[in-house]
Design a protein around this ligand. Structure first.
Ligand code: AMP
Ligand code: ZN
Length: 462
């Protein structure tokens, strides 16, 4: 069996991955807060962990991997949209409008991530469905002396956990010195973080021992991971901006309540656009949907993501997009109609080396050049660049019919002079039989090949 090596943020080293149980390899990845469309930075983490999920399924068997990615559906930005809609005359209670906004965003998320070829995780829990386990966990933390209630809040006491800061490599004193922590009179230590907070009367809230309120963000993941993956699991992932405070806090909560939590912590680096931080004010902010609508296929986005190692900052550029599209068109054309082979050892080795997807693509170039096309097909399937069939966008335009267009067009000019249209009819019928769409107008001839077009069908026409 392939030994996978993964970089563990906790140990700052690449380690052999040894699952707790090879029969059930378990992974949790922090999912989106569902207040709006996902941008391409959000998509990076989705693709990175989708590639890992595919690798784990390949090595351990598809039925022996459990992948959980949550939806955070408790959030002020969701509430705000619902409030604005209500103010603008939308029907239904605020609660209904909030749920509707979350549903709408989750649907978009599914559509957009499906377009990127990301497999759906085995579980996609919504935070609002796990309030009771969150409350139970907070009560347990308080009972064990790791948390306290104050003024309608429940707070985690960072001083009660000696390893606080170990994941991100910070001491509590450094954090206080450099942090933008919310200082509040009810906090014993300024770094203490919220487990539960009160909800204003007009916003959703749940009854709890600390009054009507809602959970803090960090406790959501600790509770859902525990409910769905158990006391200890294998891999926890997310963007590296989540290492502190989110993941540090998840570890503190889960460890202090007595759970083991994750063995391996993996973090992807951030994405930039044309060398700059993506931001709406710079005009370089794209959602996945923006790019899909501009005609950038999901496979092309995935290819660009895979071309940079996940632990390096990556730059989305127009140049990379164009190159990715050209390369994929070539590969898809080469492998159309072939059986899928197994990914070669060289590709498995690159994948197993801390997801060296750049190395996989380099290897794919070599396979393409060497004409090892079944292996190429297997490699593309492994990294999620190929489903059962070649994507329509690649095949439909992969066949250059301009010669055939010129041939038919010339025949038509001749026919207009001779008034003998038999040759035009012959060509047209043969093209139609081959499945080509034929449009003839005063502007000329336009031929369009179907997605599953087989160029062999054109033989004998010219
Ligand atoms: P946000 O859109 O800020 O709510 O972020 C949601 C998730 O997307 C987090 O897990 C971040 O790690 C990730 N994320 C946000 N911006 C970027 C970016 N520019 N590059 C990569 N990941 C990002
Ligand atoms: Zn989380």
């Amino acid at each position: 069996m392939t030994t996978i090596r993964l970089h563990n943020t906790k140990t700052r080293a690449k380690e052999d991955f040894v699952p707790i149980s090879p029969d059930n390899v378990r992974m949790y990845v922090c999912g989106p807060t569902v207040y709006d469309r996902a941008h391409i930075g959000n998509a990076r983490a989705v693709i990175v962990f989708d590639v890992l999920y595919r690798l784990l399924r390949h090595v351990y068997g598809a039925d022996h991997v459990t992948y959980v990615r949550n939806f955070t559906d408790v959030d002020d930005r969701i509430n705000e949209t619902a409030q604005n809609r209500k103010a603008a005359g939308a029907e239904g209670s605020l609660e209904h409008l909030i749920a509707e906004r979350a549903d709408e965003t989750i649907n978009w998320y599914h559509q957009d991530m499906d377009a990127l070829g990301a497999l759906r995780p085995d579980h996609e829990p919504r935070a609002t469905a796990y309030i009771a386990p969150m409350i139970a966990m907070i009560e347990d933390l308080i009972a064990k002396g790791h948390a306290y209630a104050a003024e309608g809040h429940a707070l985690f006491a960072v001083d009660s956990y000696k390893d606080y800061g170990a994941l991100s490599g910070r001491s509590v004193d450094d954090m206080i010195a450099g942090a933008r922590v919310e200082v509040a009179p009810y906090k014993r230590n300024p770094m203490d973080f919220v487990l539960w907070k009160p909800s204003p009367d007009d916003l959703p809230g749940w009854d709890s021992p600390w009054g009507r309120g809602r959970p803090g963000w960090h406790i959501e993941c600790s509770a859902m991971a525990h409910e769905l993956l158990g006391e200890a699991f294998d891999i926890h992932g997310g963007g590296n901006d989540l290492t502190f405070p989110h993941h540090e806090n998840e570890i503190a909560q889960s460890t202090c309540v007595g759970h083991g939590f994750a063995n391996v912590w993996m973090h992807n680096e951030m994405l930039q656009v044309e060398g700059r931080k993506m931001s709406k004010s710079l005009g370089n902010f794209f959602t996945v949907r923006d790019l899909l609508d501009q005609g950038v296929p999901g496979e092309v986005m995935r290819f660009v993501f895979l071309s940079t190692h996940y632990r390096k900052p990556m730059d989305w550029t127009e140049k990379k997009r164009a190159e990715a599209e050209k390369t994929l068109r070539k590969w898809y054309t080469q492998i159309a109609g072939l059986e899928t082979g197994t990914p070669p050892q060289s590709v498995m080795d690159a994948m197993a080396d801390d997801l060296n997807t750049h190395g996989v693509l380099t290897e794919c170039h070599r396979l393409s050049q060497a004409g090892e096309l079944e292996a190429l097909r297997g490699a593309l399937a492994l990294v999620g660049l190929l489903d059962d069939k070649i994507p329509d966008w690649a095949v439909a335009q992969a066949y250059d019919l301009t010669d055939m267009e010129a041939f038919l067009s010339d025949a038509r000019v001749t026919a207009m002079e001779t008034k003998d249209f038999s040759e035009v009819d012959r060509i047209k019928t043969a093209l139609l039989d081959a499945g080509v769409e034929v449009q003839m107008s005063k502007d000329g001839v336009k031929l369009t090949a179907p997605a599953d077009f087989d160029p062999a069908a054109l033989e004998g026409i010219l």
